[in-house]
Design a protein around this ligand. Structure first.
Ligand SMILES: CC(C)(COP(=O)(O)OP(=O)(O)OC[C@H]1O[C@@H](n2cnc3c(N)ncnc32)[C@H](O)[C@@H]1OP(=O)(O)O)[C@@H](O)C(=O)NCCC(=O)NCCS
Length: 430
């Protein structure tokens, strides 16, 4: 027997049975409830999709109250400790951990796609020397759709698989080019003898040495950070990826849109904002004053709070450990003490406790990236690299889901009633 929800329309006394499946009702089932004779049917009003499931997904599970994050059922803590980013990307995309042979060929397929078309260099030259690398990255990703026009055939599995590999492999190369452009250094070609993260560090930081050798602790720390950022179910940028993809646009165009969503300070720009905030606070002595200001509604404690996590973000806990390892190599980031003090005070403060505001993944990631030598502008780019795997997995899931159509929310119209055009000379407005 299916569970149903009985809705009584108080105006007419009519009752409606709406099936409940997986803890949800279908919004379209409400259409049979009419608010007037010519009504289209009852809608749900849910700005910012706070209580709307827009898809069924088998990829990532979050229990925000318990602080649980699973990729394809595997706890993030175990993956961060035992997996690599590329293995985790495979898991996210294909649903299972790869066997040894599958992993080897997956790594090889990604590795052979790391090189960028030489035209990309010409595109890069069009950007101002100080262009934000995130703006560069999302533009170049979008531009790749013109280099790979076959990508339009999104229903063709073989073509789709090729673009997935290209994007995972090339986004780090684009990110590195953007950084080198910004710093006025020559672009570095990929070194396929290095790991995914090792090669990325090579493309960023290689100078005149014959072969760049990444520091193993920093290489592993970045890989762990990539694992933590690989997917996070239906967040803002992922919803954009699915939304653009639902029109059957090619994956480069969809991913450029997703990256644009990630650029915003409330999403991928948050760790950059955390560092700005820590710098502005300046010293531990100013922390209580800053907290008072935030509580008074003047600004937010960046890196705190989350739409879904209402307890400690599990990624924040792992990142804190990674920070210790990185600082062991790079030396301690002086802003860390301010961050620790902010966290200590906020976790004891009623304002933050009652609103269930805990540190999120961005609270510490910026400190690590800064210690590793990344300028602030690179932070959202460092988020976009691993999230590419999640975006692509979600995009493909959407394309193969028979329930999905082109995304098209409805609205409640609150504008003017029909009226006649007023000639310019007769208008009241100045
Ligand atoms: C992440 C975030 C956008 C989620 O927002 P949300 O789910 O829409 O939550 P709301 O904005 O409705 O906030 C709920 C309450 O907590 C307060 N709040 C939320 N985050 C806060 C923060 N970081 N600092 C201070 N107060 C905060 C809000 O002012 C609001 O208080 P009120 O009920 O008195 O009005 C929000 O917590 C935020 O802006 N955090 C800082 C940015 C950040 O770190 N983003 C990275 C996310 S991974």
């Amino acid at each position: 027997m299916t569970d149903t929800l009985t809705i009584t329309d108080n105006r007419t006394g009519k009752q409606y049975e709406v099936p409940i499946q997986d803890g949800a009702i279908r919004a379209t089932d409400l259409r049979k409830i009419k608010t007037s004779g010519d009504d289209f049917g009852l809608m749900t009003y849910d700005p910012a999709y706070q209580n709307t499931a827009a898809c069924r997904s088998r990829i990532t599970y979050i229990d925000g109250d318990k602080g649980v994050l699973l990729y394809r059922g595997y706890p993030i803590e175990q993956l961060a400790e035992q997996s690599t980013f590329l293995e985790t990307a495979y898991l996210i995309l294909f649903g299972e951990l790869p066997g040894a042979a599958a992993l080897e060929s997956w790594v090889r397929e990604i590795t052979v796609h790391t090189m960028l078309h030489e035209n990309v260099k010409k595109l890069m030259e069009g950007f101002q020397y100080d262009a934000h690398p995130m703006g560069i990255m999302l533009s170049i990703v979008g531009a790749l759709s013109t280099i790979y026009p076959e990508a339009k055939r999104v229903q063709d599995d073989e073509i789709r698989q090729r673009q997935i590999r290209r994007l995972i492999a090339k986004v780090p190369s684009i990110a590195a080019y953007a950084y080198r452009h910004n710093t006025g250094r020559p672009y570095i070609y990929p070194d396929n003898s290095l790991s995914f993260t090792g090669n990325f560090l090579n493309m960023l930081f290689k100078m005149t040495e014959v072969q760049y050798r990444p520091h193993p602790i920093l290489e592993r720390a970045l890989d762990v950070l990539f694992i933590l950022h690989a997917d996070h179910e239906q967040n803002c940028s992922t919803s954009v990826m699915r939304g653009i993809g639902s029109s059957q646009a090619d994956p480069y165009s969809s991913l450029a849109g997703a990256a644009a969503a990630l650029y915003g300070p409330l999403h991928g720009g948050a760790n950059e904002a955390v560092l700005r905030m820590l710098k502005e606070i300046g010293s531990i002595a100013h922390v209580p004053e800053f907290i008072k200001r935030v509580k008074g509604g003047d600004g937010r404690l960046m890196g705190f709070g989350h739409r879904v996590y209402k307890s400690y973000d599990p990624r924040a806990r792992i990142i804190k450990q990674t920070a210790d390892q990185v600082f062991g190599v790079t030396g301690r980031n002086p802003l860390l003490d301010i961050a620790l003090e902010l966290e200590r005070i906020a976790l004891e403060d009623d304002y933050f406790v009652t609103r269930k505001l805990y540190p999120n993944v961005d609270f510490y990631s910026g400190l690590i990236y800064q210690a590793m030598g990344f300028p602030n502008e690179m932070f959202p780019v460092l988020f976009a690299i691993p999230r590419t795997a999640g975006w692509l997995a979600q995009w493909e899931e959407m394309l193969l889901d028979p329930d999905q159509k082109i995304a098209r929310p409805r609205q409640i119209y609150t504008g003017a009633a029909p009226r006649d055009y007023v000639p310019r000379e007769k208008r009241q407005q100045p």
